[in-house]
Ligand binder design. Structure first.
Ligand code: T6T
Length: 325
């Protein structure tokens, strides 16, 4: 009898120890997602993350979408998320290369591993020791390469000669500075093309439209525009339409929103680069899960490609998967 009691006691002690084990072994893992701004691109990252989470039986906790771009808006949301807790992993789009280092480091130091998606901290090289190399990985587009490819195509579209203009969002955000720099690198290959301006709209479409309208007034012979993200491109093409210059000014745009795809079909935009936000979200959950459950080593940089929409392929069945919807 005494032996049976001892065995029962031993079983009870072991079971209670199991219940005291760390959260991630207990039940569902939870991944928090902190986007950069309310827009269709960021929503697609969430969709991809949700899809992988469902496959794995993981929970996604989505933080409030910032109504505008920038650390001033994003950091308080992040701090509230961190104070509430209840998540094992963070997927985050940092809205500044410098400003997000300290707030994210605080979360990291509380024991939350993270992956930055779409944008990175510092120069994005998380493989060398630095104040910003604590995220496990950057998962996002090769923006420099994309900007370069856009530049080459726009140059061809304008016959390799004439004035071009860049409308972009911020000077301190890795994604859009990469696009700008890649585009400028391509322009160096075309001595007869002149970049007459670069404007920063701070991720506001109305500002982009206003800036483009002013640039067109000063340069009525402008030949091409690169809008580096959806707000920039949507604002830019509206200004061109309003100025009655549709077709005369070629527009290369970034981000495959329904608006830009319709504009491409209508001849108001001439090229659309689609990123792969669904894949970005999907991969972030996949790698985070492998890290938490198997201790897998996460590659520091995971780069899904991009896809170019032109008027020739915009209606092809195969192209439809790249639209952000
Ligand atoms: O272009 C995307 C994203 O890649 C960029 O970092 C910020 O702007 C978007 O979200 C589009 O609005």
């Amino acid at each position: 009898m005494k032996r049976i009691v001892l065995v029962v006691l031993a079983v009870l002690v072991t079971t209670s120890l199991l219940y005291a084990a760390p959260k991630k072994e207990e039940g569902k893992l939870t991944f928090a997602y902190m986007s950069g701004i309310e827009d269709p691109f960021m929503r697609m990252i969430e969709k991809g993350a949700q899809a992988k989470a469902e496959e794995l039986g993981v929970e996604i906790m989505t933080a409030e979408y910032p109504k505008a771009w920038g650390p001033d808006i994003q950091v308080p949301i992040l701090e509230a998320l961190s104070a509430r807790g209840g998540f094992d992993f963070l997927i985050v789009v940092p809205t500044g290369v410098e400003a997000l280092i300290a707030p994210l480091k605080k979360i990291h130091d509380k024991g939350i591993p993270m992956i930055t998606t779409d944008t990175f901290l510092g120069d994005g090289d998380y493989s060398k020791p630095s104040s910003y190399s604590f995220p496990l990985a950057y998962i996002g587009t090769d923006n420099e390469l994309g900007g370069y490819e856009v530049g080459k195509r726009l140059a061809e579209m304008i016959g390799k000669t004439g004035k071009v203009y860049i409308n972009t969002t911020n000077p301190d955000v890795s994604s859009v500075t990469g696009r700008r720099d890649g585009f400028l690198r391509a322009m160096k290959e075309f001595p007869n093309i002149k970049v007459v301006g670069i404007d920063y709209n701070l991720d506001n479409q109305e500002t982009a439209q206003r800036q483009t309208a002013a640039l067109l007034q000063a340069n009525p012979d402008l030949k091409g525009i690169f809008g580096t993200n959806l707000f920039s491109a949507q604002g830019a093409y509206q200004a061109v339409v309003n100025a009655g210059l549709t077709g005369a000014v070629k527009i290369a745009s970034w981000d495959a929103t329904v608006d830009l795809i319709e504009a491409l079909k209508a001849g108001k935009v001439d090229l659309v680069l689609a990123q792969k936000p669904y894949e970005i979200g999907y991969l972030a959950v996949e790698w985070g899960y492998k890290y938490l459950t198997e201790g897998a080593e996460v590659p520091k940089r995971v780069v899904p490609g991009f896809f170019f929409f032109t008027r020739e392929n915009v209606n092809a069945p195969d192209s439809q998967q790249y639209i952000y919807k």
